[in-house]
Design a protein around this ligand. Structure first.
Ligand SMILES: [Zn+2]
Length: 255
C-alpha cells in the first residue's frame, strides 16, 4: 500500500515537472515566434498535456510579446478552460487546436499564425506554395489549402479544418494564415521558421522568373542524411540562445 502511494506521488510529481517544462517551452516558442515576426498581436502555440485530453494555450488577449509560463491556460478538447488565471478566456480560435489534437494523436504541438507574405500563396489563382528549400521537405506529402477563411471559432469549423489538414504537417488557410503541426514544441518553432523561409524564397524567386521546385530525387537525397531530431535540437538551442542573450527568455527556464 505504501509502495503504491509512493508510486502515485512520484507519478504526480513527474507530471508536474513535465507540465512546468511544457509551459516554459510554449512561452519561449511564442516569444521567439513574435520576435521573429511570425506571430503578431494574434496567433498562438499549443502543447498537448501527455496522457490527458487537454492542452496548454495562451489567453485571448495576452500579449504575445510578454507571455509567461503561468499565464497559460489548460483547455480540454471541447475548448473549455479547465485551469488558468482568473478573468481570462481561451483565444477565439481555440477549436483549431482542439480538433487537430483530437484527430491527430501524433501531433503534440501546434502553431497558428497569420504571416502576411506566406498568406499570399492562398490568394493568387493557380499559384501553389512549392517545396523550394531543403528543410521544406517536411511538407513533401502536401500543403493543403483550407478554402474557408473564417476564424476557427467553433467546433464545426475546427473539425472541417482538421479534415482538410488530413495526415499532413502544415496547412494554409485562404486569406487568413498558417497552421504548423509537430511532435513537440521545439519542432513547432523550427518548422514554423522553415515554412516561412520557404515561402519567402519562393516569393523572391518568382519575382525573377520561373520557379524550379526541388525534384523528388533531390528531396530523397536530402532526406537520406537528414536527422530531424538532431536538427530540431540544434536550431532550438540556437534560437533559445538568441532569446536569452536578448533578455527575452529568462535564464531559469529549462528549455
Ligand atoms: Zn487565425
Amino acid at each position: 500500500m505504501m509502495a503504491q502511494t509512493q508510486s502515485r506521488a512520484a507519478k504526480s510529481s513527474a507530471a508536474k515537472a513535465l507540465e512546468k517544462n511544457l509551459r516554459e517551452q510554449v512561452a519561449a516558442c511564442t516569444l521567439l515566434l513574435n520576435d521573429l515576426g511570425l506571430l503578431g498581436y494574434s496567433g498562438h502555440v499549443s502543447a498537448r498535456l501527455p496522457g490527458r485530453d487537454a492542452f496548454l494555450i495562451q489567453a485571448f488577449d495576452q500579449s504575445r510579446a510578454s507571455l509567461k509560463p503561468d499565464d497559460l491556460l489548460i483547455c480540454d478538447f471541447d475548448g473549455r478552460m479547465l485551469a488558468g488565471p482568473k478573468g481570462v478566456r481561451p483565444p477565439s480560435e481555440v477549436f483549431l487546436h482542439c480538433e487537430i489534437l483530437r484527430a491527430r494523436p501524433d501531433v503534440n504541438s501546434i502553431a497558428h499564425f497569420h504571416h502576411e507574405l506566406t498568406t499570399v500563396f492562398t490568394l493568387i489563382e493557380g499559384l501553389e506554395l512549392k517545396i523550394i528549400k531543403n528543410h521544406a521537405v517536411r511538407w513533401t506529402s502536401g500543403i493543403p489549402v483550407h478554402d474557408d477563411p473564417s476564424h476557427v471559432s467553433d467546433p464545426m469549423l475546427g473539425r472541417a479544418l482538421a479534415e482538410t489538414l488530413g495526415p499532413h504537417h502544415a496547412l494554409l488557410i485562404r486569406a487568413h494564415g498558417q497552421v504548423i503541426t509537430a511532435e513537440n514544441v521545439p519542432a513547432a518553432l523550427i518548422d514554423s521558421v522553415h515554412f516561412v523561409e520557404n515561402a519567402e524564397v519562393m516569393y523572391q524567386a518568382a519575382a525573377l522568373g520561373k520557379v524550379i521546385p526541388l525534384s523528388g530525387r533531390e528531396i530523397q537525397g536530402f532526406l537520406h542524411d537528414f536527422d530531424r531530431d538532431r536538427h530540431i535540437a540544434k536550431l532550438w538551442k540556437y534560437y533559445a540562445g538568441i532569446g536569452r542573450d536578448k533578455g527575452l527568455l529568462p535564464k531559469t527556464w529549462k528549455l
